[in-house]
Design a protein around this ligand. Structure first.
Ligand code: GTP
Ligand code: MG
Length: 204
């Protein structure tokens, strides 16, 4: 079995990174994933049922990396499914709609849940989406940035519609995961089974 390193080898060993999108319904999780993967935007996209999956190969700092992107459904009735999708994730994007304060207030719950039940060392990023709708702003930049800082997350204001900062979220997350070098996700195992290695310990 070809496990990834114990953290002493360079980031080039990082082959696949599981990234999960979390946040209230309608904040733009699917739109962010779609913008990143297909560089398109649907003004009237449908609400996600259960979850959806996309992937994209990128080369970050010279090392190829496959982003496995799990886009969860924000409707409350699907909340109980979320652990299935954040399990084994190296990174999470916590999305709120900067024109909807209630979506921002719900993010604390996701941070608490990830701390309690999520993967150890998961890398976090907060995305304040729909920043093209400045006239409808309900959450100030400083509020979002402070929340992110307290949660140990990076922070970006994004627009899936206008393609603002969407690529930067993913590049930043991949860079941070590679830098940490402690949570490496690889699919080059002999049986082709994806595995996560934490210093030699297989956890999924
Ligand atoms: P669920 O699947 O229900 O959890 O919602 P979601 O978070 O995936 O939201 P989705 O991507 O479906 O977007 C909801 C609505 O917001 C859609 O009508 C999108 O077109 C719109 N939307 C998403 N991102 C943006 C953005 O950056 N700017 C603007 N103006 N609208 C956006
Ligand atoms: Mg969706």
């Amino acid at each position: 079995m070809a496990f990834a390193s114990s953290g002493t080898e360079p980031a080039q060993r990082c082959r696949e990174i599981k990234i999960v999108l979390l946040g209230d319904s309608g904040v733009g999780k699917s739109s962010i994933a779609q913008r990143y993967v297909t560089d398109t935007f649907r003004p009237h996209g449908e609400s996600t049922i259960g979850a959806s999956f996309m992937s994209k190969m990128i080369v970050n700092n010279g090392s190829p990396c496959k982003c496995q992107i799990w886009d969860t459904a924000g409707q409350e009735k699907y909340h109980s499914l979320a652990p299935m999708y954040y399990r084994g994730a190296a990174a999470a994007i916590l999305v709120y709609d900067m024109t909807k304060k209630s979506s921002f207030e719900k993010l604390q719950k996701w941070v608490d849940e990830l701390k309690e039940r999520g993967p150890d060392g998961i890398v976090l990023c907060v995305a304040a989406n729909k920043c093209d709708l400045e006239e409808g702003r309900e959450v100030e930049v400083a509020e979002g940035a402070e929340f992110a800082q307290k949660s140990g997350a990076d922070f970006f204001e994004t627009s899936a519609k206008n393609d603002e900062n969407v690529g930067r979220i993913f590049t930043t997350l991949v860079t941070n995961v590679q830098r940490k070098s402690c949570l490496l996700y690889t699919s080059d195992a002999a049986d082709d089974t994806p595995c996560v290695d934490l210093g030699g310990r297989r956890i999924i």
